[in-house]
Design a protein around this ligand. Sequence first.
Ligand code: FES
Length: 191
Amino acid sequence: MVDPLGVAIGLGLTLVAVAVHFTRGATWQAPEDISQQVLERRASTVAETGFPEPANRAIGGGGGAAVAAGAEGELAESGEAAVEEEGPWSLTDEEAETFEIEFVKEGETLEIRENETILEAGEDEGWDLPYACREGQCLSCGGRVTNGPSEDFLVHHDQQMLDEDEMGDGYTLTCVAYPKADFSIETRESP
Ligand code: FES
């Protein structure tokens, strides 16, 4: 049995609730889009490296920083790409001189053009030489010239790891090292 008084009270309370809603308005608001903040927070937690790294590039972290920090990849303030530094790496194969490099541990002597790195020449022989960045920013590809200071025999293209003393001891980064004389080298050697 329906109680008319209960129905009347229920109806009255409903009308009061509706009236309050429309006179004061709802206080709930949709949250702002935070997806950009989340991406930036994630990027800031990734360790920056000196060279592009797929995991960093994917979320805009170290890869971008590497471009900002890299000497060749650096953008000029005008927004235009900086001019590539001249060196033996700019020579054509016809222009480049050839030097004899003895790889002591491999037991071979190679003729290497001055526009070719020591690492590339060894790889062309099918040797499994170590490397990581290939940009002079780690020590993975290290080698040691046995004849004397490495810069007497090689031109380094933007190596950023070895100091003067280490190069004086013959150390080189083979991924950015271009020959300018005959010499002997021990691969897999780092200071
Ligand atoms: S591979 Fe990193 S410096 Fe050569």
